[in-house]
Design a protein around this ligand. Structure first.
Ligand code: SF4
Length: 507
């Protein structure tokens, strides 16, 4: 597993933060099985999608229990906790925050009342009309005589909490009916996995930006962000949840309803970096896509070199493809400490000046005197690649040629990936040779946009490529109605009140 230990290529430096995933979701309906433990293992397989907090909700048919906390899945849950969470269905979540700050109140699953009981919700993605949904919540509260219900009252400031609140429908409505009315009004990227006391639900936005799959157990069903989570719990892959589809799973089996017409725009960055290499998205192996990106990169950008090495781990498949196509031998130039995760104690500035190498160490015996091609998946700010080039030179490499298996990242993502602001993206406003000089490489080359898309084997019109092209397939609200802290603005001292500044005071 490339990144399940919580170490991303772009996290190789203590201060560097690269493209962060936006959450993993999991759900299981399986009477007679230990659903809390299955969910734990499912989340463990999805840990690379979010490492800030983790949570599980279970239902025994009468009552929903939620346990959540900050940290990695393995830090949040102990066996005794999981043993105490009985039931026949469960959902789980591991979070990387894209709307709402990273703190306990914003961890998921979120809980809220419904006319018939309780709903628990886990969300992967990022909504683009959170301000409109907040208006809807505000209207509901006013109609309810000012009564605030659910986690919003406890300070949850996420788009997920708004949806949970809005799933509290009219008296007499089932949760399924409320969801089918609400989902067409929700915009942006979303994979929702939610449940009441009896039924597991899964919904995917009409663009299918993020992946969501359905699997089968001997005695039940599983839904998960990525296919490898199915294999981890012994489930077989049945199919992807379709864009614009809501499925419901209970003792009557699986029901499918389409709440919107499908207009697929899958995230191309899932193929480049985000998803596990052993996943498949829209029928295409992520690993094969990455190897092919390396082959294309070699055809488009040849190099005179002695060895090809990856920046481990996510640069590895593309480096294999590059070596295969170019005929230059593949080898490893770095040793990675597999046990450094997010909880690692960050060094002080004084210690950093000693040049301590926490996560990667260069293999001098391999590199000394060699002309090196080093392959990575993407460049965001450039700090990681600058450090990589420096380490290779210190280990004796005579030349360093950096090859990147995605085009220059020039635009931010509003659909659930937290890259950086536009100003922080090194490719925004800098030419390739300027970036090469900035990171200290002898040369730098990126794959072409067409080459990347071809490697995914997906039609261009079915992909989102906005972070490379600026062509956003889902309409964005204006600046004042978007942003990670949109729903927290009113609570931030010194922050200019925006149109939602009264949200928290109203809620
Ligand atoms: S902008 Fe980039 S990262 Fe975001 S969904 Fe589109 S392709 Fe994926």
């Amino acid at each position: 597993m490339a990144r399940g230990d919580g170490m991303l290529n772009h996290d190789l430096l203590p201060d560097e933060k690269g493209p962060q995933d936006e959450c993993g979701v999991f759900g299981v309906w399986a009477p007679g099985e230990e659903v809390a433990k299955l969910t734990y293992y499912g989340l463990y397989a999805l840990q690379h999608r979010g490492q800030e907090s983790a949570g599980i909700a279970t239902s025994d048919g009468a009552r929903i229990n939620v346990y959540k906390d900050m940290g990695l899945v393995s830090q949040v849950f102990e066996e005794t906790t999981l043993n105490s969470m009985k039931g026949h269905l469960a959902i789980g979540h591991c979070r990387y925050s894209t709307t709402g700050a990273s703190h306990w109140a914003n961890a998921q699953p979120t809980l809220g009342p419904t006319p018939n009981g309780t709903v628990a919700l886990a969300h992967n993605g990022n909504l683009t009309n959170s301000a409109d949904l907040a208006d809807m919540v505000r209207g509901k509260i006013e109609a309810d005589g000012g009564k605030v219900r659910g986690e919003i009252a406890q300070g949850n400031t996420t788009d997920t909490a708004l949806v949970t609140n809005l799933l509290n429908g009219d008296p007499g409505q089932t949760l399924e009916q409320t969801a089918l009315e609400l989902l067409p009004k929700v915009e942006g990227a979303f994979c929702f996995v939610f449940m009441d006391e009896d039924t597991l639900y899964a919904a995917r936005d009409p663009h299918g930006v993020r992946p969501l799959v359905l699997g089968r157990l001997d005695r039940g069903w599983v839904v998960a962000s990525e296919q490898p989570a199915l294999a981890t719990v012994g489930a077989s892959f049945i199919r992807e949840i379709e864009p614009g589809e809501l499925i419901a799973i209970d003792s009557n089996g699986v029901r499918s309803t389409h709440f919107a017409e499908a207009t697929p725009k899958g995230c191309v960055f899932e193929y480049v970096y985000l998803a596990r290499p052993d996943a498949a998205i829209a029928g295409r192996s992520v690993y094969e896509s990455r190897v092919e990106m390396g082959r294309v990169l070699a055809r488009e950008n040849q190099a005179e070199a002695d060895i090809v090495i990856p920046v481990p781990e996510s640069g590895t498949p593309a480096a294999i493809g590059y070596a295969e196509e170019s005929g230059i031998p593949f080898t490893h130039g770095f040793v990675k400490n597999a046990y450094v995760g997010r909880t690692f104690i960050q060094p002080s500035q004084t210690l950093r000046q000693l040049g301590i190498k926490l996560k990667l160490n260069a293999l001098e015996t391999v590199l000394k005197g060699k002309r090196v091609v080093v392959v990575d998946d993407s460049i965001v700010r450039g700090n990681t690649q600058r450090a990589v080039v420096r380490m290779l030179r210190e280990a004796g490499a005579s030349e360093v040629h950096v090859k990147i298996s995605s085009p220059p990242v020039k635009w931010p993502c509003f659909y659930g990936i937290d890259f950086a602001t536009r100003a922080e993206l090194i490719a925004n406003g800098a030419a390739v040779d300027e970036i090469a000089a900035s990171i200290g490489a002898d040369s730098l080359a990126y794959i072409s946009e067409d080459g990347m898309i071809d490697a995914t084997r997906q039609p261009r019109e079915r992909l989102c490529t906005a972070c490379f092209t600026g062509d956003y397939p889902i309409a964005l609200p204006d600046d004042s109605r978007r942003g990670k802290n949109l729903l927290e603005k009113a609570n931030q001292p010194g922050c200019e009140p925006g149109p939602d500044a009264d949200l928290q005071s109203v809620l």
